[in-house]
Design a protein around this ligand. Structure first.
Ligand code: GSH
Length: 348
């Protein structure tokens, strides 16, 4: 009976074009290592997060997260293929295997992070955002109420679309959504006056405004309509890759907690090597404990990451700090010891 059942399963898999069970069990992590290259899904249109610069390079916080994954998995952050994806394309790209993982201003929600939903799994949050509204200063609009009966430009296939609807509905205010495929189109619609406001994650509004001819003519309203915890994601069926991604993000946070930076990482390694009593540091840097191996990574994966991107705080400062193109105060995105929400579980 059992043989008949497994025969039917294999036949069904064959007919539906599914991979054989042995292939199915191969983690994407091993595939990335074998390929020697990481295929990372990004937006590519958001300064500060992932943006295609004029020299052809991708830059931003989401891009550095891709680099941290590549440094940990392959030991080389240059070996990355970036795939720019719209909001509507991004989850299919994971499920079809077009990309290995997504690092693209994507909100961690229950529906996306469940087998009965999009079937993805999320790494820890790398940017706590919230949805906002941008209007032209001259419009005199100050609140959601002022936008009653007006049109609002919004990207489709996003949490933004649902939240704006929820906000207007619960305030019993009528409005008209004007939907577009990506941020550039939303911005164009807004600047051309097709709508009275554009709505998106507040970081995206700030990023978009930084590229306007006259940024000071636009204001981002104080109202925050939602929580938008943005996190990298991968296929929910691949726990090995998900485990590695989770601990890469925690490595960035833990390094900041311990004051380990791109510039002092070599010193820290020497310190740990010379001092057998510094057990937690030795485990963290892969000298003892074999923690990397448990994840299918090299034991010095944390060293690989930090010497490439620096810790989380350094990544943040570089792309969103005071002197960056899109300065966003750290707020919730600080360590918990400094009033934010970031904390890493122990590397034990
Ligand atoms: N964080 C939200 C929204 C993210 C999002 O993708 N927003 C749209 C614009 S409203 C977008 O496509 N932004 C970036 C891009 O154009 O590449 C989500 O995960 O649904």
């Amino acid at each position: 009976m059992r043989r008949l059942f497994s025969g039917i399963v294999s036949l069904t898999m064959l007919l539906s074009g599914c991979a054989s069970p042995s292939l199915e069990n191969t983690s994407r992590l091993d595939l990335i290592k074998k390929r020697g290259e990481l295929i990372c899904g990004v937006s590519g249109k958001i300064p500060g997060f992932s943006f295609l610069e004029s020299d052809g390079s991708y830059q931003g916080l989401d891009v550095d997260i891709c680099k941290a994954f590549a440094a940990a998995i392959i030991g080389d952050s240059e070996r990355i293929q970036y795939r720019p994806l719209t909001a509507a394309e991004r989850f299919t790209a994971i499920k079809t295997g077009e990309i290995d993982l997504l690092s693209r201003n994507t909100t961690f929600t229950l529906s996306r992070d469940s087998v009965g939903g999009n079937g993805l799994t999320f790494a820890p949050v790398v940017f706590h955002d919230g949805q906002g509204l941008m209007v032209k200063k001259e419009s005199g609009v100050n609140s959601l109420e002022d936008l009653a009966n007006k049109s609002i430009c919004v990207g489709s296939g996003t949490t933004t679309e649902q939240n704006i609807n929820d906000a207007f509905e619960s305030a019993s205010l009528p409005y008209t959504p004007i939907k577009y495929q990506d941020l550039n189109q939303v911005v164009a619609g807004y600047l051309q006056g097709r709508c009275s406001a554009m709505t998106s994650d507040r970081s995206q509004l700030a990023a978009a405004r930084s590229g306007f001819k006259n940024p000071t003519e636009h204001i981002i309203l104080d109202a925050v309509l939602s929580k938008e915890p943005l996190a990298p994601a991968s296929d929910g069926q691949d726990q090995k890759l998900a485990d590695a991604m989770r601990w890469v993000v925690y490595a960035l946070i833990s390094a900041e907690e311990q004051g380990i930076t791109k510039s002092n990482i070599d010193e820290k390694v020497q310190l740990a090597k010379n001092n057998p009593q510094l057990k937690p540091l030795r485990r963290f840097l892969g000298i003892d404990g074999g923690l990397g191996e448990k994840l299918g990574l090299s034991n010095d994966f944390v060293v690989q990451i930090i010497s490439t991107t620096g810790n989380y705080g350094e990544i943040y400062e570089k792309h969103l700090g005071k002197n960056s193109q899109v300065p966003i105060p750290r707020g919730l995105n600080e360590l918990y010891t400094k009033g934010g929400v970031y904390v890493s579980p122990p590397f034990n």
